[in-house]
Design a protein around this ligand. Structure first.
Ligand SMILES: O=C([O-])C(=O)C[C@H](O)[C@@H](O)C(=O)[O-]
Ligand SMILES: [Mg+2]
Length: 421
């Protein structure tokens, strides 16, 4: 039997409504962008992937998409070589940056990821097995997620208030959490910090502790605090949070905090590629790494990360950015096949009201999603929804994630800087 070959690749940028969620670098714009990647084969198979859709990233995706016809969808090492060659030609190997928050040292990892996911999806469809099987087999039937809480305005300026309302006080954060827990059943909660002075964010965590005595809690200020402030917060929240995520920037800074507290430190900022692991481990900088297949080079490399953290006795959680259902499916398969997943994964999923996949396949019950057992990722594109969200992309004017620029258009004196407190 002759092997199928990639015959056509389609990259579709889409925009979906996003509430004004606050963070250390600013505020989410009214629309979040994603790119949906379709990899078709000459045997009629289709595999799906999802990734960021910032302009520069789209240019790189298009360049790889144009080079893929004729490639064997089972040759994932060859896919990575091809991405490396194409990007070397296109960008001279320049790095990629997303939203002013994450500097990704390797554009190759980020561009490779959605094509790798799509190839695994179509391999699973051809073999009649779920992607989790291709990653070694599911070790859990359901994947737990944490409810992701944000400080937020009631609505985008100039628009009607959204359904969530304002969250700027501890009571409002508790109300938001109650809605997350009632609606999705989350069994743990993460608060995105770095927005208000640390005392106010500690008070919100303490209010959450009072309201939800049994739920593990996390606070993530994205490096907004100095080392001394981080230690003070750790002292105050010891026994209250299961971990502090990126309290201060950089491996050295995290190591300095870690030396002065027993509260576990987690990161998706100072360890975001394989080459960051040796110095972080040598300095004892972090106890928990947040994987993210979009940034770490796909599902197989993220599974490798899971193995490395296991070897070194580190915890593993999963990072999220605003995303749609194709990404959620990939996250669920990866988490299902990762034995060392020691914490519930992050997801922005409850914040969106639109999607590109047919509904009801990935539903939250008790804060977890059942691992799809259908072939591949187990999700199908809703072509009408994809078309509508692409039209929305064309019309909305947003072309890259710009939390800081958008915040400055509302508050001109806003200045984003880490270690600000
Ligand atoms: O854990 C994190 O650092 C994130 O989830 C990063 C995101 O960009 C988050 O801060 C957001 O959506 O504003
Ligand atoms: Mg984080």
């Amino acid at each position: 039997m002759s092997r199928s070959r990639i015959s056509r690749v389609v990259v579709t940028p889409v925009a979906f409504g996003d509430p004004p969620l606050l963070n250390v670098v600013g505020v989410h714009q009214p629309y979040a962008l994603r790119a949906i990647v379709e990899v078709h084969t000459d045997s009629g198979l289709l595999g799906l992937g999802e990734t960021y859709a910032d302009e520069a990233h789209l240019g790189r995706l298009d360049a790889v998409a144009a080079a893929l016809p004729g490639h064997d969808p089972y040759d994932l090492n060859g896919l990575r070589r091809l991405v490396t060659e194409v990007l070397g030609r296109e960008t001279g190997g320049a790095s990629a940056s997303f939203g002013g928050m994450l500097d990704v040292s390797s554009a190759v990892d980020t561009v490779h990821s959605p094509f790798e996911v799509a190839c695994l999806d179509l391999q699973g469809r051809e073999a009649g097995v779920p992607v989790s099987d291709l990653l070694g087999g599911a070790v859990r039937e359901r994947v737990p997620f944490s409810g992701y809480l944000f400080y937020k305005w009631a609505g985008h300026p100039g628009h009607a208030d959204d359904a969530w309302g304002e969250a700027l006080t501890p009571d409002q954060v508790v109300d938001q959490a109650r809605r997350m827990v009632d609606g999705w059943g989350f069994g743990s909660l993460k608060l995105k910090g770095g927005v208000l002075p640390p005392d106010e964010e500690c008070a919100a965590i303490e209010a959450l502790r009072d309201a939800f005595p049994d739920l593990p809690l996390r606070l993530d200020p994205n490096g907004a605090w100095t080392v001394d402030t981080s230690v003070k917060v750790a002292d105050r929240l010891a026994g209250v949070v299961e971990y502090l995520e990126d309290p201060t920037p950089g491996i050295e800074g995290m190591a300095a905090v870690s030396a002065r507290t027993d509260v576990p430190l987690a990161t998706n900022m100072c360890v975001i590629a394989m080459e960051h692991l040796p110095p972080a481990i040598a300095q004892g900088a972090v106890q928990v790494v947040l994987s993210d297949h979009h940034l770490w080079g796909g599902l197989r490399k993220s599974a490798l990360l899971g193995g490395i953290t296991e070897v070194w006795g580190m915890g593993l959680s999963m990072h999220s950015n605003s995303h749609l259902g194709v990404s959620l499916a990939a996250m669920v398969h990866l988490a299902a096949a990762t034995p060392n997943l020691t914490y519930a994964c992050d997801t922005h999923y409850p914040w969106k009201t639109e999607d590109v996949i047919a509904p009801d396949v990935l539903s939250f019950e008790s804060g977890s999603v059942a691992v799809p057992t259908a072939s591949g990722l187990g999700v199908e594109l809703d072509r009408d929804a994809l078309g509508a969200l692409h039209e929305q992309y064309l019309g909305c004017g947003v072309r890259r994630r710009e939390d800081t620029a958008y915040m400055r258009s509302i508050r001109p004196d806003f200045s984003p800087h880490t270690s600000r407190w």
